[in-house]
Design a protein around this ligand. Sequence first.
Ligand code: UDP
Ligand code: MG
Length: 297
Amino acid sequence: MRKTLDIVIPVYNEADCIDELFKRLLMLRTKMQNELEVKFIFVNDGSSDKSENMLEEYSNKYPFARLINFSRNFGHEIAVIAGLDNSNADYTAIIDADLQDPPEVIEEMYKKIKEGWQIAYGKRTKRKAESFFKKFTAFAFYRLLNSLCSAEFPTDTGNFRLITADVRNAITSLREHKRFFRGMSVWVGFKSVPVYYDREGRFAGQTHYTLKSMIKLALNGIYEMSTAPITLINLLGTILFLASLVLLITKNYIIGSIGFVGSLQIFAIGVIGSYITRIYEESRNRPLYIIDKKFNF
Ligand code: UDP
Ligand code: MG
């Protein structure tokens, strides 16, 4: 029996990309079909253009083109997890609809999976046709995240990746609402390997990530991956406390005592923050560990 591969594609107002995307996916499917039975899972994230109609037509014509239509726009991260929830293949790939991630790279990712890797993630080398601003913010964000969190976070990666069913089941077991797929993909562990590719420009249309939604995603990433903001407050409290002690010793009583009271308040906020961090960790209800394999059970 051939192994199965699902390709998850989140779609939000991509009418101008869909025909070309489908063509390229179809080509990939044909190329891989000796080895793999490939199905597509389009997740239409409440598009208001012709995307829905187009995808419905494709799914009527091709039984392997599955379609999930959201009732409204829930956002990119949620569209990805809905695709994963509905995938039951041996392997699942996640790819953007705008052809910035070339579908052909999935073949290379599959080679890595056959070698025994469990996550083959796309790592961008060049990023064509993207603004300096986008490249710079992405560059800075991944490095910031890496310095803040304990897990090694691969830089210059997006959602584009191929994962095994084990990895998919681990990721779909994380049910929090504020999601950051790339981070979860690191948190669950497993053996992962980069596959380098040139990130193309969009085939058509405009990015849906405005500055506001980029900041939102970045904050989700930081809050999901680390408790650094609270650590920083604690650090600030300590520095201010020590500074005010120095001021008091050097007889700067007024500024010293203002600083002393201020640092106590920051300390108090830090302590409360640490409890809230713990409540947050518990409320996410994540599994305590993820098992890769068991032997002799
Ligand atoms: N997308 C989505 N829901 C949204 C926004 C985007 O499903 O609310 C999809 C979009 O159609 C694309 C992918 O997520 O397939 C990435 O979006 P985009 O290309 O706009 O982001 P960028 O590549 O600029 O970071
Ligand atoms: Mg894009």
